[in-house]
Design a protein around this ligand. Structure first.
Ligand code: FES
Length: 593
């Protein structure tokens, strides 16, 4: 007999169900499990929401259905799970007709976007990797805009730990790359960002709200007060000052100028991380909307006021007092810029970068002075600094200890952050006060102190007439060889040569960048790898397809190759979620359970 309503299918007679205890309804829909338990009939999706095991092979006791793969337990009536890492099972309405059991065959989530939004919140709150992966995938499948997912994760991270951290930095770095990532890599990027935010928040005390002051602040006052509170490490005062500035509607450029001025009260604080985090918070707001500034931006203040400055380190004081050198030059900056009259089109960036790589700190500072007098703007100087720092990585000698890669990396990502901040500030520096430019001086000294990393320097492939003709010429073959190189340890030089070959032949840099991103996203990458990739891509964008641009991507490839491969455990989780969401039978091979 046909069902009056075609959405319902006949499961069998009630007598048969009573005798067997459970039935599975097949048809042009997902298999549905029908269970008889203590006088009542229940119908659920037969796929365990955890990893898809057939629930018909589970057991029922006391109204609780237990899956026999990883033993997730579900309330039979509602489908809700007792084990959050699993998920709730969709249930189906049941109708009894003339002694027969009919079940509705269309089920699922009435509002998939809302469902997966909530599941992402659950996954973040309980730091559940597989739940996070499924929720990200589910939101993407429901056509939730990428920026909405980033916003959800970012705000969770801002509210559920006391200060900005590594997770939010990774999230922002990867979100910055989303426009150049193919679909699969975009999913991985969001997953990695979300899982690292969740890990950061796990076990942390939630953030406590502070309120703005009752007054209105002039930009100059904001800047002066933030510097004052940073100097005396008064976090509450600094946060309230910043909140007041945000409430007054001061522009992102003015806020950036004030925070960079305060941050540079200490030189190269926390080996550059503190400044990098501030820059990332600004970039995060660009992505999720500046209406969230009061929730997000003050999270950077705690580290800013607590950070240890390089002035406390012997290397910056002996044998040359680099801090004194920076302080003296900083005091001259307003005069120098006033005398220099910024020349649009000043273009000696590469030459200045080479001078910044010198081995005499006084001459390095003189080179900066000379460039300013010749018309260089702050962003010209920071561009040169970032390129010089990239060259340190590109020429990182293989004789160094492996941990020294991080020393080279710190200067490069710091320099990129200074450049991004100064670009944002633009001409918003208040009353000709160029305090924030101290970040460049500190960066050049950090670069100077890492000169030993290039002794002896690694050769940059493709230089000095090297043709690289032993490598493939076809673009896809080169990129496949690059991915293959990342599968093996110590392929630093090969990775560099393949990148040089790809770019020298004029193949698409965007495709190469996507390959480098893929290489990072499949690894259990460390925090620095994400930073290096993103900073490299940002700096490559500044230079484009030039020798300098090529050197920057070579630096990225060398760093990444030195840190690959890893166990790729997170990739496995992401793959499981992806296959499960696409209906794959993950339990094949688990038949003996
Ligand atoms: S608990 Fe059911 S598949 Fe894992």
């Amino acid at each position: 007999m046909d069902a009056p309503n075609k959405e319902f299918a006949l499961a069998g007679s009630l007598e048969e169900l009573k005798a067997k205890g459970r039935l599975v309804v097949h048809g042009g829909h997902r298999p549905i499990l029908v269970v008889y338990d203590r006088g009542r009939v229940f119908a659920l999706d037969n796929r365990c929401p955890h990893m898809g095991f057939p629930l018909e092979r589970g057991s029922v006791e006391d109204g609780i259905l237990t899956c026999h793969w990883h033993h997730a337990r579900f309330d039979l009536e509602s489908g809700c799970t007792f084990d959050l890492w699993a998920d709730d099972v969709p249930i189906c309405p049941v109708e009894m007709r003339n002694g027969d059991v009919w079940v509705k065959t269309t089920f699922g989530h009435a509002d998939p976007a809302a469902h997966w939004h909530q599941r992402l919140t659950d996954g973040l709150a309980h730091d559940l990797g597989l739940v996070i992966a499924k929720a990200v995938h589910g939101q993407l499948a429901a056509d939730v805009p990428l920026a909405n997912i980033v916003r959800q994760v970012a705000l969770f991270g801002a509210q559920n730990r006391d200060s900005w951290g590594v997770g939010l930095t990774i999230l922002t770095a990867l979100a910055n790359l989303l426009p150049v990532l193919p679909e699969e890599e975009a999913y991985l990027a969001l997953f990695h960002g979300a899982r690292r935010v969740a890990a950061d928040c796990d076990g942390e005390a939630p953030r406590r709200e502070r309120a703005p002051l009752g007054s209105r602040l002039e930009p100059a006052t904001l800047k002066r007060w933030l510097r004052r509170w940073t100097n005396v490490r008064h976090r509450e005062a600094a946060e309230r000052t910043l909140l007041t500035a945000i409430a007054a509607g001061l522009s992102p450029a003015v806020l950036a100028d004030a925070l960079l001025a305060a941050e540079t009260e200490r030189a190269f604080a926390d080996t550059g991380h503190s400044l990098d985090f501030i820059n990332k918070a600004f970039e995060c707001l660009d992505l999720i909307g500046w209406e969230h500034a009061a929730a997000l931006l003050p999270t950077v203040v705690g580290q800013m006021v607590a950070a240890r400055g390089a002035e406390e380190s012997t290397a910056w004081r002996q044998p040359v007092d680099l801090v004194a050198l920076c302080d003296e030059a900083a005091s001259q900056l307003p005069e120098l810029f006033a005398a220099g009259h910024v020349v649009h089109g000043w273009s000696d960036h590469a030459a200045l970068a080479r001078e910044l790589l010198g081995d005499d700190p006084a001459r390095i500072v003189d080179a900066l002075r000379g460039a300013i007098l010749a018309g260089a703007a702050p962003t010209d100087l920071s561009r040169s600094l970032a390129y010089g720092a990239a060259l340190r990585v590109a020429r990182f000698g293989n004789a160094n200890e492996h941990a020294d890669w991080e020393t080279a990396h710190h200067v490069f990502t710091y320099a990129n952050a200074v450049h991004q901040m100064l670009t944002r500030i633009g001409t918003a520096d208040i009353d000709g006060d160029v305090t924030a430019v101290r970040g460049i001086l500190h960066g050049t000294m950090a670069l100077y102190l890492t000169r030993y990393l290039n002794v002896p320097p690694a050769r940059i492939p493709g230089e000095g007439g090297e043709h690289l003709d032993d490598l493939p010429a076809d673009a896809e073959t080169i990129r496949a060889a690059l991915i293959d190189a990342f599968d093996r340890q110590r392929q630093v030089d090969l990775a560099a040569r393949l990148v040089a070959r790809h770019l020298r032949l004029g193949h698409s840099p965007q495709a190469l960048i996507a390959t480098l991103a893929r290489a990072v996203l499949r690894e259990d990458a460390g925090f620095h790898a994400y930073q290096m990739l993103e900073a490299g891509v940002r700096q490559f964008t500044v230079w484009g397809e030039t020798d300098e641009g090529r050197h920057i991507l070579i630096a990225v490839a060398r760093y990444l190759a030195a840190h690959s491969p890893t166990e790729r455990a997170a990739l496995q989780t992401a793959d499981i979620a992806r296959r499960l969401m696409r209906g794959a039978e993950l339990h094949q091979g688990a038949g003996a359970l």
